[in-house]
Design a protein around this ligand. Structure first.
Ligand SMILES: [Zn+2]
Length: 267
């Protein structure tokens, strides 16, 4: 979103090209006519959704799915468009954003700006992990009634949004909490530690441009660097970086997702 904002905020949308009818869901039929000619006023993010607010009280909502990305460039420079480029936005000053999404798990929708939070995909979402409300005591209260493993609860978007599998594994490792522990068993001290770990990890990951697994790249085409800072994620069988060779990192599956942890560090 940061790359998109830099190129588009304050500009007027000149042209919208829709190259196929749908991604995960159909593109709005009036996408083109409601965006063309409008000024891009501001950007907002909620969970993993990007909201581009334009004139006439309209917001374009965008989710990149599993493998989607925005290719930024200049109009006219894209002589060989990607076959997976499904939507192109161009501004009057020549900025160009192409939405590339080979697996088509992404989505684009339009919503009234003053009704963003009522959108069916946003209305049930939990707390933003980097917000000031995300404190240890809040996390503790959130988990008090949850009879699910803490790992699974942290991935539940109705409780906390935008924490992916990688960052949950890393946060539990840093806070020495075993991933199969019941969420409700978290002590206040552990909740304080976990809230701090979550915020520290997300802040570090954003600063390093995210984690590039397989083909994720940032809007300028460069890879993120946080994967080099993973302490447990993707390191099954390797020595724990905290406690050494006697304790290889373990991998289990929880709710269909891989969990990486150290049996010695995490209790
Ligand atoms: Zn360890």
């Amino acid at each position: 979103m940061r790359g998109f904002r830099t190129a588009f905020e304050g500009q007027r949308i000149r042209h919208v090209t829709v190259n196929r009818p749908d991604l995960r869901w159909p593109f709005p039929l009036d996408l083109r006519e409601r965006l063309e000619g409008q000024d891009v006023l501001s950007f907002h993010r909620r969970a993993k959704y990007i909201l581009m607010r334009v004139g006439k009280g309209t917001s374009m909502m965008l989710h990149l799915g599993m493998s989607g990305r925005l290719l930024l460039g200049q109009s006219g420079m894209n002589t060989t468009p990607s076959k997976h480029e499904h939507l192109v936005l161009e501004t009057e000053n020549g900025a160009r954003a192409g939405l590339v999404d080979p697996r088509r798990f992404g989505m684009v929708d339009l919503v009234a700006t003053d009704q963003e939070n009522a959108h069916r995909l946003l209305s049930g979402l939990g707390i933003e992990p980097l917000s000031e409300s995300m404190t240890g005591p809040y996390l503790h209260s959130l988990m008090q009634s949850k009879r699910t493993p803490i790992k699974t609860a942290l991935l539940d978007q109705r409780l906390i949004v935008g924490l992916g599998n990688i960052y949950v594994c890393e946060a539990l490792f840093r806070s020495h909490i075993h991933p199969t522990r019941m969420a409700m068993s978290l002590s206040k001290r552990e909740a304080n530690s976990l809230a701090a770990s979550i915020q520290a990890i997300l802040t570090e990951a954003i600063a390093s441009g995210g984690s590039s697994l397989r083909d994720y790249v940032q809007a300028d085409g460069t890879k993120g660097g946080f994967q080099d800072l993973h302490l447990v994620y993707g390191r099954a069988g390797e020595a724990c970086l905290k406690c050494g060779t006697g304790y290889p990192v373990s991998r289990i599956t929880q709710a269909g997702r891989s969990t990486f942890y150290c049996t010695n560090c995490q209790k």
